[in-house]
Design a protein around this ligand. Structure first.
Ligand code: FES
Length: 301
């Protein structure tokens, strides 16, 4: 039951039927009368233990910051660095970034909770992302995601979005997520493991892929870099690569323009299709314009 602070009317239980509407309730609240929370009831945030971030991590953080004219611009790679240490962005990670970048924990939290690549729960050794956006979904992505959830589950319980099969962080553990378009629609349905692509998947090939991962194998991605574990991939996203750059580069399979990717351009070439030439001058309508304004003319240079 709640009380309207302005009128003293009560709602809830049997009084709801004849009581004021929700809109009336909101409009009637006199905020001045709302008592502040007593100091003893306020929850004070304690500083988490940051010792998990060792000297090397601090040096790496400083190296990231040095890349930017303003330190706050380093936040995104810094969050990847944090994930390379803990497999997630914890409260300690948020405070670490805030201290390094002279931001508030609230500012760091706002960013860390906005992007899906930053995980609040510790990830498995591998992060398996199944594209369930429109094109992949109709080509089989929905079936792949459903099957993997069942296949990775146990005791009749499926593994759901951002849930992990196995002990997070231990060998063979797998975190499953459904992802929005992974920018490989021509090769759908696609699955990523630690952001490396496995193109043209089927339910069976995806099951075989996660079984191999659980067995400690590292199946080669369809293209791109060799497969790493999640935390190593996060370190690379923060901008830190193996010392032997030549050896690392030798393992990268690129460029990776697939037959499917080039098919449209190839058909256009064969059939002589070309886009209309850009006219020398284009009149662009102006947005809501004042009575005396005119359209804008753009002239090709
Ligand atoms: S819809 Fe799956 S990659 Fe675009």
């Amino acid at each position: 039951m709640s009380e309207n602070l302005s009128t003293g009317k009560t709602y809830g239980g049997s009084s709801v039927g004849g009581g004021p509407t929700h809109q009336e309730t909101v409009a009637d609240v006199d905020v001045v009368k709302i008592a502040p929370v007593p100091a003893e009831q306020l929850v004070e945030e304690t500083m988490p233990d940051l010792s998990v971030f060792d000297t090397l991590t601090v040096e790496r953080a400083q190296a990231i910051i040095a890349r930017y004219p303003q330190s706050r611009s380093a936040l995104l790679p810094m969050l990847h660095l944090v994930q390379s240490v803990e497999g997630r962005v914890s409260q300690a990670g948020i405070h670490f970034c805030a201290a390094q970048l002279d931001l508030t924990p609230a500012e760091v939290s706002a960013v860390a909770t906005f992007y899906t690549m930053y995980k609040r729960k510790t990830c498995g050794e591998h992060l398996v992302s199944v594209c369930t956006n429109t094109l992949c979904a109709v080509l089989g992505g929905d079936d792949i995601y459903k099957k993997l959830g069942e296949h990775l589950g146990s005791d009749g319980k499926k593994v759901g979005h951002n849930e992990t099969a196995g002990e997070p962080g231990t060998p063979g553990s797998i975190t499953l997520e459904h992802a929005e378009c992974l920018a490989a629609c021509d090769l759908g349905p696609v699955v990523q493991v630690n952001y490396e692509f496995y193109d043209n998947q089927t339910v069976d090939s995806a099951v075989a892929l996660v079984d191999a991962l659980r067995a400690g194998e590292r199946p080669a991605p369809t293209r791109g870099a060799p497969l790493r574990d999640f935390r190593t991939a996060e370190l690379e996203l923060a901008g830190f690569f193996p010392d032997d750059a030549a050896e690392y580069a030798a393992g990268v399979d690129g460029p990776s323009a697939a037959v499917e990717t080039l098919r449209g351009a190839q058909l256009a070439n064969e059939r002589g299709w070309v886009a209309p030439a850009m006219p020398d001058t284009v009149r662009l309508p102006s947005e809501k314009k004042p009575a005396d304004s005119t359209d804008v003319a753009v002239t090709k240079k």
